[in-house]
Design a binder for this molecule. Structure first.
Ligand SMILES: [Zn+2]
Length: 287
């Protein structure tokens, strides 16, 4: 992904190294924590990446934080990608008559953070909190994507951010609240299906962003889309459950299968059209 010369976002809040003051973790814990994050976030457990309320937490790891050169590179990449989502969605909202796009904040943290949705740790994985319209990201997640599931490349990382921004777009359009209201009245199994629809649409919006960003900035390089597709395929519920437990339990899927995630991401990349991302009307089995 070509990001040279791209502007930085004004909406990044860098909280790396700040101290949130709970249960200080001990050295050596970070790897375990983040491995747990990848597994928890991606294995189709109960925790999605759209968070509404206080998150269970018992780990803080922010003392003596020293960013590596790679951390700094990833922080800059994240800021440029966020700026790209601002440019794309500002134009798209105007074009579609959806009003003025209000961009989300991106909080970079390490270890743990106090969010508008409560105290969160790296175990949560990257997430979007609608209460403060903010994406939360521990850059260690990108390292773990690489080492734990073999998903790497700058565009794969960009896809993760664009997916979270996709949830923000859902929030601005009212889709997120409506889905969550309906989920509150559903059985757990049906709520999981609704969650899958939300997640697949966020993947689709990530793809739309990639298409439009490339039109605006010529940002895509050969292999980029494949990298993101590889990442999407390895964070499918089925893939991660099989990897974690050797079995697959579709009732607990809440992000979608590898095939579904790659299909909707690819469709967004192909069309660049936010209007073709209706993941709510099709029957569940045809998603
Ligand atoms: Zn999501």
């Amino acid at each position: 992904m070509k990001l040279d010369g791209r502007r930085l976002s004004n909406n990044v809040v860098d909280k790396r190294g700040s101290h949130t003051g709970r249960n200080i973790g001990i050295g050596g814990g970070i790897v375990g924590v983040v491995v747990a994050a990848v597994i928890t976030l991606l294995s189709g457990g109960n925790m999605g990446d759209v968070v509404n309320q206080v998150i269970q937490s018992n780990f803080t790891y922010a003392d003596n934080y020293q960013p590596t050169a790679e951390d700094e590179r990833l922080a800059e990449l994240s800021s440029k990608v966020l700026a790209g989502t601002e440019d794309v969605w500002t134009e798209e909202f105007r074009k579609q008559g959806w009003g003025e796009y209000q961009p989300p904040k991106l909080v970079l943290f390490n270890g743990s953070v106090n969010s508008g949705c409560g105290h969160a740790t790296s175990q949560t994985g990257p997430f979007y909190c609608s209460a403060d319209q903010t994406v939360y990201l521990d850059l260690a997640f990108f390292r773990e994507m690489q080492s734990q599931i073999g998903a790497s490349g700058d565009f794969a990382y960009a896809y993760v951010i664009a997916h979270e921004v996709g949830h923000h777009v859902q929030y601005l359009l009212g889709t997120l609240q409506e889905a969550h209201n309906r989920m509150g009245r559903m059985s757990a199994a049906d709520a999981n299906k609704m969650s899958v629809r939300l997640e697949l649409q966020a993947d689709y919006y990530a793809g739309v962003w990639a298409h439009r960003d490339n039109e605006m900035f010529n940002s895509l390089e050969p292999g980029d889309v494949e990298n993101a597709i590889n990442a999407a395929s390895k964070i499918g519920d089925d893939y991660l459950q099989r990897k974690a437990t050797g079995r697959v339990n579709p009732e607990t899927f809440n992000h979608g299968t590898s095939a579904q995630r790659t299909r909707w991401l690819q469709k967004g990349v192909n069309t660049g059209d936010p209007l073709q991302g209706d993941t709510f009307s099709p029957s569940y089995t045809s998603l």
